[in-house]
Ligand binder design. Sequence first.
Ligand SMILES: [Zn+2]
Length: 387
Amino acid sequence: MSKTERTYQLCTRCVMDTTAPEITFDVDGICNFCKDFDELAKKTIWRPLDVRLKELESGIQKIKQLGKNSKYDCLVGLSGGVDSSYICYWAKQAGLRPLVVHFDNGWNSELAVQNINNIIAKTGFDLYTYVINWEEFKDLQLAYIKASVLDIEVPTDQLIYATLHRIARKYKIKSIINGNNISSEGILPRSWYYDDKLDIVNLTNIHKQFGTTKLNNFPKLGLTRQLINAKLHAMYSISPLNLLDYDKNKAKEVLIKEFGWRDYGGKHYESIFTRFYQGYILPRKFHVDKRRAHLASLVASHSISRAEALTELEKPTYDAQLQKEDYTYAIKKFGISAEEFESYMQKAPVPHAHYGTQWDKKEFRKYYIFKRVVGPMLTLISKLKGN
Ligand SMILES: [Zn+2]
């Protein structure tokens, strides 16, 4: 039986189903994602609270120690969403001195801007807003849409990663606070995103084939640069949300009280593009509803009940009127007609690997030689620097 002919099945414990083609079930109908989640949670968020808090405290001390001679002791990425906003609140409580970095990729909702401004005003932290070159970035995002690949967020993710490293080097910042949150993100099928987010070869090839301008300002972070970063500029990182007893709803209450923060009505919906991508493009073209993975994570972490998650999934991905507005806004911002956009929506999905990856023989050989020749030298330099 081919994947497309597979009989529909829903996990009896979480809410993952056969829309994730890699899902498997045991005799009781419990899925592999539930089991993987349990394994991960046992090693992380389900350890006793005192053990986690001790780890967090030593993390805070290490950050302060590493950053004692710098203006900032850590980097915090702030989108304005619940998790990253809460990280700012936590960093203030922990007595850290972060440089807060926000990425403006042109799709910020007005509400996100307001929330960010309120957080900065209240915490007194310095804000570094990285504004992308819109014409280039538009061309890149549009190339991904035309290429019919699933993960159109790769350009943003790659930009964020590369830029954070650049900013860290510029300000000599040695630590980064990660907003990663297992209880709400622990389940995500590999087929629902491109799992090699930093694949610059894939990005460059897609842009070469479908783009129309040159990418002069996009920070290119290939395997060799990643190796240099890892050896010479490795950053210390902690994920406080996995160490605290983090509850999203309680976090929202704190944010509302402390910062006058306002909700967006969906995970990652602080960005208009992400809202449109996850709420419209992904379900319509790729038959992926990312809310399912998010809600499955919340069920697996006992944050909500399975019944609550199923009720949530019966609702549309987001408000129909707002969806219409986003559609009009998006095609206008991309400078294309509805007909043109529809023609891309009608195209069959194409796997990312179709455009070549950084692990393809020719590309990888270059990196392999670099790693063999330069790698030991970098290790030596790193040791001499006392890293
Ligand atoms: Zn499950």
